[in-house]
Design a protein around this ligand. Structure first.
Ligand SMILES: CC(C)(COP(=O)(O)OP(=O)(O)OC[C@H]1O[C@@H](n2cnc3c(N)ncnc32)[C@H](O)[C@@H]1OP(=O)(O)O)[C@@H](O)C(=O)NCCC(=O)NCCS
Length: 238
């Protein structure tokens, strides 16, 4: 078993408890499916997270990706997975003009699931950080994509803190709206942060207009007027 982090977490009912963050192998499939069922059944807005099929999870665990889990008292309480889409049709690099030869360097941040009692421990960001280091050691950390619902503020915040930027906003799975976040880890996108335009995440039309005009979303902030996404003009193309 490969352990990437240990320490204590705050659990909603019992308080402080020790955890292990580990790299998951195929034997964890039933535990991941159970955690996914728990998290999705507790979601108020079902459109925020689209479930992975058993076959998709199996492929990730078999090496078409990487998955980390957090174990507390022998139970899986958090899961975060990357997927290497290779030359498949759903490689997001295809939609954004990456040449065929670069598609094998694309990684998707696929899903994060945290049991309700363990939220607030910053686990998504922490798992994502370790996944990045592991993917980098495999040479799989060049073009990074993620899709996030505009209303999924905790997920958006964690992913943007890792340097991913909003480059598009469109209807994806089941016609649900999704931000497309991207970063070129070798040559990070450059933008002008001098003239910042803040927009509330639920103003889809204003954000689409900005994205079409060459802006990218680079941060989120919470102020008296609620959550706002900060946009700046893009200076590089790829
Ligand atoms: C998204 C998810 C993985 C994040 O869990 P987490 O890592 O415990 O996130 P946290 O609760 O620590 O929140 C992350 C940040 O968002 C903030 N946040 C959380 N809920 C918020 C809300 N309703 N409004 C505004 N900010 C919020 C937190 O304060 C935190 O900010 P900080 O980093 O400045 O402290 C978890 O909520 C989850 O499993 N959700 C259901 C499944 C899902 O939507 N997965 C992602 C898409 S597949």
């Amino acid at each position: 078993m490969r352990i990437v982090e240990t320490g204590d977490l705050i659990e909603a009912v019992t308080g402080v408890c020790p955890f292990q963050m580990i790299l998951l192998d195929p034997g964890y499939l039933p535990a991941i499916e159970a955690l996914q069922a728990l998290v999705l059944s507790n979601l108020e807005k079902k459109e925020l997270c689209v479930r992975l099929t058993g076959a998709e999870i199996k492929n990730i665990l078999a090496g078409q990706g990487l998955a980390l889990g957090v174990i507390v008292k022998r139970r899986l309480v958090a899961f975060c997975a990357l997927c290497f889409p290779g030359r498949s049709e759903d490689n997001l690099g295809r939609e954004y003009g990456l040449p065929e030869a670069e598609l094998s360097k694309v990684t998707h941040l696929e899903i994060t699931l945290i049991a309700p009692d363990y939220r607030g421990n910053d686990l998504q960001r922490r798992m994502f950080k370790h996944l990045g280091q592991l993917a980098q050691s495999l040479g799989r950390w060049r073009y990074l994509y993620s899709t996030i619902a505009p209303a999924n503020y905790p997920s958006l915040k964690a992913v943007m803190k890792q340097g991913l930027l909003i480059v598009d906003l469109k209807q994806k799975y089941n016609h649900y709206w999704r931000y497309i976040l991207f970063q070129n880890m070798d040559r990070p996108l450059q933008l002008d942060r001098g003239q910042v335009i803040p927009v509330p995440p639920n103003d889809l039309a204003a954000q689409q207009k900005l994205l079409q005009a060459g802006y990218i979303g680079f941060a989120s902030r919470q102020g008296p007027e609620g959550v706002q996404i900060l946009y700046g003009r893009r200076l590089t193309i790829t």
